[in-house]
Design a protein around this ligand. Structure first.
Ligand SMILES: *Cc1c(COP(=O)(O)O)cnc(C)c1O
Length: 435
């Protein structure tokens, strides 16, 4: 098995977290998201240790948008992992599970007044995206009577080799302040003269699903040079350097992983070099990983309903999990490996396209996949869906969202119940004049 936390039992059933996928599907129904608690904890520790053994004050804040299920966020907080949030609901989830404001970072290019108020009141670090937002924050701090802790999201113009929709560090991206033109430096100058904001941090996030260490080195270099420039020209010492997230995972069986160790080495060695060159004091280093913590800990189980043989083109197999449950294949052209969870001992002799149940041609989970001969009633497992899976799901075609279970060394617990039809219409209202 190419994932260390997955195996197969004697009956040829896929096993995750000590539980057979076949049993899970029978007990909880399909489509079903399954998350492996042990794997999440291990992924976090591997990531955290990689940085903390190279940097005394390294902090890791999990990016909630990857998977904001409360059980997942809670178990990460249990490991000491804070929260990177980008909406008021994510912020409320963090607060609700007990993450204190000082362990929360609030990011985003459009923060509303209620969002900023809640962040300021709780003492969360706010990474400001533009000067208008800075003014809004300064005014709100005045009104609330509490200083706002801020940093700026800067755009270091680093090209990340990834899908264009998730490359965020390029100059033309919508995020942050441009470094090269001096806009970022100017923002620090303006903030340093403001009464109600406390400038503590600098932030960038160059993109997602990055498997090459070099962009992280380039990012570190540009960020630390800017930190030196801010000290020299504005007279402000930046105490927190936030390098964002972005570490990718190997989705394809033959894809090479980038280890957290290699990423951490590239980032911290570059930072140390510039700290020495410019005689800077050593800041707290913050990372905001999302995908690399939860992606490979999750799988999506779908029951085979129908198969369709095609002349001269690929045969189809349809499962009950579609693009509403997992949109990444059609949205990002993403690859998710698919296994026949009840036929792990059989040879993958056939080739199929794997479809979902929705009325749209974009509704597929994989094309040209090697699987054993598949029949109605078989169970397919779509791997590496723990990040940006259920979090990006929809109710397209009025399909209720799948349930999610958490498994851990043989134990299972529902952490999100399956939606029902009544959940889909709960917020609708037919006006009186149609009654
Ligand atoms: C999405 C995002 C992250 C997490 O990215 P991953 O690629 O999942 O690690 C971190 N920081 C910010 C600002 C983000 O937008």
């Amino acid at each position: 098995m190419f994932k260390p936390h997955l195996n197969a039992n004697e009956e040829g059933h896929l096993v995750i977290g000590g539980v057979s996928a076949v049993d899970l599907a029978e007990r909880f129904g399909t489509p079903l998201y399954v998350m492996d608690e042990q794997r999440i904890r291990e992924n976090y520790q591997r990531f955290y240790q990689a940085f903390s053994k190279r940097w005394d004050n390294a902090r890791v804040w999990y990016a909630y948008k990857a998977n904001s299920n409360m059980a997942i966020c809670k178990l990460l907080w249990d490991e000491g992992c804070g929260a990177e949030v980008s909406s008021i609901c994510e912020l409320k989830i963090a607060l609700k599970i007990g993450v204190p404001g000082e362990d929360i970072i609030f990011n985003g290019n459009y923060k509303t007044v209620p969002e900023l108020e809640l962040a300021i009141k709780n003492g969360a670090l706010i990474n400001v995206d533009n000067l208008q937002e800075l003014k809004v924050i300064n005014d709100l701090s005045e009104k609330i009577g509490k200083e706002a802790r801020i940093g700026f999201r800067v755009n270091p113009d680093v090209k990340a080799p990834t899908h264009p929709h998730i490359a965020t560090g390029l100059r033309e991206s919508k995020f942050g302040f441009d470094v090269e033109s001096g806009k970022a430096l100017e923002a620090y100058q303006i903030a340093s003269e403001m009464e109600r904001v406390k400038v503590e941090a600098i932030h960038s996030h160059i993109g997602s699903q990055i498997l090459d260490p070099k962009p992280f080195g380039e990012q570190a270099e540009k960020m630390m040079n800017l930190v030196a420039q801010i000290r020299d020209e504005v007279g402000v010492e930046i105490g927190i350097v936030d390098m964002g997230g972005g570490l990718g995972i190997p989705y394809k069986p033959d894809e090479e992983a980038l280890s957290p160790d290699d990423m951490a080495e590239e980032t911290t060695s570059t930072m140390k070099k510039i700290i020495q060159e410019k005689d800077l004091s050593k800041p707290t280093l913050v990372l905001e990983p999302g995908r690399s913590i939860v992606a490979d800990a999750g799988m999506l189980l779908g029951r085979v309903g129908y198969t369709k043989e095609r002349e001269k083109t690929t045969d189809w197999v349809a499962i009950d999990a579609g693009m509403n449950a997992l949109i990444r294949p059609v949205l990002y052209d993403a690859y998710h490996h698919i296994l026949a969870a009840n036929k792990m001992n059989e040879k993958t002799s056939e080739t199929y396209n794997v479809a979902g149940p929705l009325c749209e041609s974009g509704d597929y989970l994989g094309k040209e996949r090697k699987l054993p001969k598949v029949e109605r009633g078989d169970l397919l497992a779509v791997l590496d869906v723990g990040a940006y899976g259920l979090a990006m799901s929809s109710q397209h075609t009025a399909q209720p969202r799948p349930a999610m279970v958490l498994v851990n060394s043989g134990d299972v617990e529902i952490v999100r119940r399956r939606e029902e039809c009544k959940d889909l219409t709960r917020l609708d209202k037919v006006p009186e004049w149609l009654e």
